[in-house]
Write a protein that binds this ligand. Sequence first.
Ligand SMILES: [Zn+2]
Length: 163
Amino acid sequence: MPLIIDALDFARHAGAHHGKIALSEFERLHDYLAANSGELQYAVTGALDKDARPALQITVRGAITLRCQRCLGELEHKLDLSTVLRLAKNEHELARLDDHESVECILAARDTDVLMLIEDEILLSLPSSPRHNEGECSIAGLEGRGIAREKPLAALAGLKKLH
Ligand SMILES: [Zn+2]
């Protein structure tokens, strides 16, 4: 179900939406997920900052399942994102803001797709090479890929023999 807002109007009138979205709604995210079930909580609020400049704040919380790049096992990844997006009224302003502002800026549209913004934020936050912590990989997965477990003691014993 799409959630479309007039971004500038939403910010000026301090609009607020929150709810839950099924992970299956995020088509671009699917390539990164080991499982598409579950849902995320989101909130989008509009506001003017202290200089009366319009912005949207987006928060996303929940857990997704990525695939570990070392053992190919499932890897739970918690999301707890909060981003402020400054709204630019036109391309000219967007170019100027991108040069001078440290916050993210987007072009304000009358038909801003909130779910797309949320999906963008999730994609930007993903680790480029997700992995389990050291020692938490699935051993079956590692052996299946021909990656031997490290044997530091055996290696050390080998070194001693050389001397
Ligand atoms: Zn792993």
